[in-house]
Design a protein around this ligand. Structure first.
Ligand SMILES: [Zn+2]
Length: 332
């Protein structure tokens, strides 16, 4: 018990969170409420049953992890009130966790039902565009910021399997640059590289040209070559996860020398049972890591668990005032 309380003390310090997905951090109660209001069908009828369905308890594949989104995204997507509500509630939840600065990411297309090639989640076509989704999320985050006195910035995600969306994403980053959108991200199936999907590359070139910050999910499941592409081709300034960088010694040394920031989620990544080369923990080998919950409702208590990591890692989270982590933040 002594250990637990000392961890609690450390973890009560102010925190910065740089890698968390909005659509993976929705309150289960909100999903149930919105489903009822909109007359949307869910596979179960109570919060407890829904938690059992969408919370990942055991290691599995990344695909099985991502399939959880199919259970509830149709409820939230396409609904203006719900989108603003999840953004505001997200800020409230972060404030309660002691987070004082957060960069939350999401795909505007995955919450829209209009102006999207291939409308997601089997929704019928409506009138909510990705542009309006960004505006609504911005409103919800701003409301939360005012109410809960923390800073919340956002990162817009391109999806690897939908290269046709990427141009829109960078344009939205440009349009809402002064309204809390701080960067572009690329998420999804890492086997889909940018050589085969040049639209992602073009979007990132435009981001570089316009001074939009860049992060890329890479080396979480995919090999070190995906990290190399993220850094060298897409000019990523931070790497989402990046664990498999450790498989390429030259790349690893180069990125260490560059002070590359790895947005790591040691506990958040474990349900996917991925192998972290070089170290049982991985994080201390990766050098400069920032920790994030990634997809929080699917893994209760992860933020808490992260605090049981050895001190050099824990300090990455808790001593946020440390010089390098300040440099990793993209918000004003
Ligand atoms: Zn992520």
């Amino acid at each position: 018990m002594a250990d637990r309380s000392s961890e609690q003390v450390v973890f009560s310090k102010p925190k910065v969170e740089l890698h968390v997905h909005l659509d993976g951090a929705i309150r289960v109660q909100t999903i149930m409420d919105v489903a009822k209001m909109r007359g949307k069908t869910l596979p179960v009828n109570t919060v407890e049953e829904m938690k059992k369905r969408i919370i990942v308890e055991k290691p599995g594949t990344l695909t099985s992890f991502l399939e959880k989104f199919n259970e509830y995204m149709h409820v939230i997507a396409g609904d203006r009130e719900a989108i603003k509500r999840i953004a505001r509630e997200f800020v409230e939840d972060k404030a309660k966790e002691g987070v004082i600065y957060v960069e939350v990411r999401y795909s505007p297309h995955l919450l829209a039902n209009s102006g999207v090639k291939e409308i997601p989640w089997n929704q019928e076509e409506g009138d909510l565009s990705p542009d309006e989704v960004v505006r609504l999320v911005n409103e919800g985050l701003s409301e939360g910021e005012r109410e809960f006195k923390i800073k919340a910035r956002s990162i817009l995600c391109c999806m690897r399997h939908m290269p046709s969306w990427s141009k829109d994403v960078v344009e939205l980053c440009k349009k809402y640059k002064d309204e809390g959108v701080v960067a572009i991200d690329l998420a999804g199936d890492e086997s889909l590289n940018c050589e085969a999907n040049p639209e992602h590359m073009e979007a990132y070139e435009e981001a570089v040209r316009c001074g939009i910050h860049r992060t890329v999910h890479a080396g979480e499941v995919g090999p070190a070559s995906v990290v190399k592409e993220a850094v060298e081709v897409l000019k990523a300034e931070r790497v989402g996860h990046g664990y498999r960088t450790l498989e390429d010694d030259d790349l690893y040394k180069k990125l260490l020398a560059q002070n590359m920031h790895f947005e790591s989620s040691r506990v958040g990544s474990s349900p996917c049972n991925r192998k972290v080369a070089g170290s049982s923990l991985g994080l201390d080998s990766l050098g400069r890591c920032v920790l994030g919950q990634d997809t929080s409702p699917c893994a209760p208590g992860w933020l808490w668990l992260q605090c049981s990591l050895p001190s050099p890692v824990c300090e990455c989270v808790c001593e946020w005032v440390d010089d390098w982590i300040c440099k990793a933040l993209w918000g004003p």
